[in-house]
Design a protein. Structure first.
Length: 308
């Protein structure tokens, strides 16, 4: 997805001629993402033992059920993918906090649209795959925003590999719209973080509320309202990160802006796939966490050089 986003920014209408600074920024982002991913994978592999518990089975069921419910609400009822997913996540959390997060994960699968030739059967199949992935990844990358969406994306990709989904295509927005989308994402992520952590409502409620407000308010308010709602929802997934991963609103502003850039760059690719937005947010969180970690390691070296 990161490579797709980079290709979209390079080949789309946003940037004009490629600049060395753009290549440098992409290189830093790639190194930061790779550093964080390698470290987290190493830590997950060090964990001894893996068993499936009753809670795991409940989690898997919540993922599998939420996927077709969200799709039906989005497409059959016609409320749209963002509103449908936010409603399912919020209602699931209010009904049972234990299974709120896995149900929210399943709702991201259900954001698949007819643009990807999605129907109820293919979404249900993707939900089942995502349910297995959710349990399998229970000890990896915890606390990173976008993990749930990435799990949903795995389900959709698996069904696509078997011919059940076909990715649609889109175009990179023009520069003015792209700038607005990045700005919206940069705001949505820290707002979600503040509602989740500072106000104590938790990540699912915070993200769902931001998505619900954006999905209802933005489409009639802006010319590119659907895209604004989608990018705000995308950034809200980054805002679900814990303070241990993204330490504070300032860092979350960076994660949100990064998610916005990824959203713009990935606009031409895998259109209509559930979990795409979460995968962008997940990559943004990995990049941000990696950059912060690398910065902390480099800073003392720079300080020593200055002080002699």
């Amino acid at each position: 997805m990161c490579a797709a986003a980079a290709a979209g920014l390079a080949g789309g209408t946003v940037g004009g001629p490629e600049l060395p600074i753009g290549a440098a920024v992409f290189a830093v982002a790639a190194v930061s993402l790779g550093y964080t991913a390698a470290r987290e994978t190493r830590d997950a592999l060090r964990t001894d033992g893996f068993g499936v518990t009753r809670v795991d089975l409940g989690n898997a069921t919540a993922v599998a059920v939420a996927a077709p419910v969200t799709y039906a609400l989005s497409v059959r009822v016609g409320v749209g993918a963002v509103v449908a997913s936010a409603l399912v996540g919020l209602c699931a959390h209010l009904l049972t906090e234990t299974y709120g997060a896995p149900a929210y994960c399943g709702s991201f699968v259900g954001m698949a649209t007819p643009a990807a030739d999605a129907d109820l059967a293919s979404v249900a199949a993707a939900g089942l795959v995502a349910a297995v992935a959710f349990v399998a990844a229970k000890r990896a990358f915890n606390g990173f925003g976008g993990k749930l969406g990435t799990t949903a994306f795995v389900g959709c990709l698996s069904v696509a590999a078997l011919g059940g989904l076909t990715p649609g295509t889109g175009t990179v927005p023009d520069p003015a719209v792209a700038a607005g989308l990045v700005a919206a994402a940069a705001v949505a992520a820290p707002v979600t973080f503040l509602v989740s952590v500072r106000l104590g409502h938790g990540p699912v409620v915070a993200s769902a509320v931001v998505g619900l407000v954006a999905g209802v308010v933005c489409p009639p308010l802006f010319a590119a309202g659907d895209a604004v709602a989608a990018v705000a929802f995308c950034a809200s997934f980054a805002g679900m990160a814990t303070p241990e991963r993204i330490p504070g609103p300032g860092a979350m502003l960076l994660a949100g802006g990064t998610a916005g850039v990824g959203f713009v760059g990935a606009a031409p690719y895998v259109v209509g796939f559930g979990g795409k937005l979460g995968t962008i947010a997940f990559a943004a969180c990995l990049v941000t966490a990696g950059a912060l970690s690398l910065g902390r390691q480099v800073a003392p070296v720079g300080g020593d050089a200055v002080t002699g």
